[in-house]
Design a protein around this ligand. Sequence first.
Ligand SMILES: [Zn+2]
Length: 138
Amino acid sequence: MGECVFCGKAAGMLAVAHRKCRDQRAAAVERMASLFEPFLSGSLRADVFASMLNESADNNKIQRHEIPGLIPGWLEMTIADISKRRPPTAHERARAFVLLAHYAVTTGQDAPEWVRLWGHLDVCDPAGVKSGRKGVAA
Ligand SMILES: [Zn+2]
């Protein structure tokens, strides 16, 4: 008998999670993603934002210890969302790295592709960063 990874109750043979728990979780993660664009475009300190995230996690039934693992995905969602409207600004990119650093998220080989891409662009191609598109695969 497998236990649901979200609520810890019996999920049935071979199941890792209840569909309802999975859906609730996805909705909670998406709600919390909305906190990130104001952080990226603003100047709130990372530790203050981290406290906000902790409170929001409590309200959304997400364990605080899960937050660091969710940070890259949240940032990626936010960046994808911004990119639908316009290229992310250098400020927003820099702020994404501030948050990754705060949570000590790796920017090495196993980092998400955009982290490596932006890290590369910021170091090697500041002009491309300003134009927002240069060197970025469509
Ligand atoms: Zn469950």
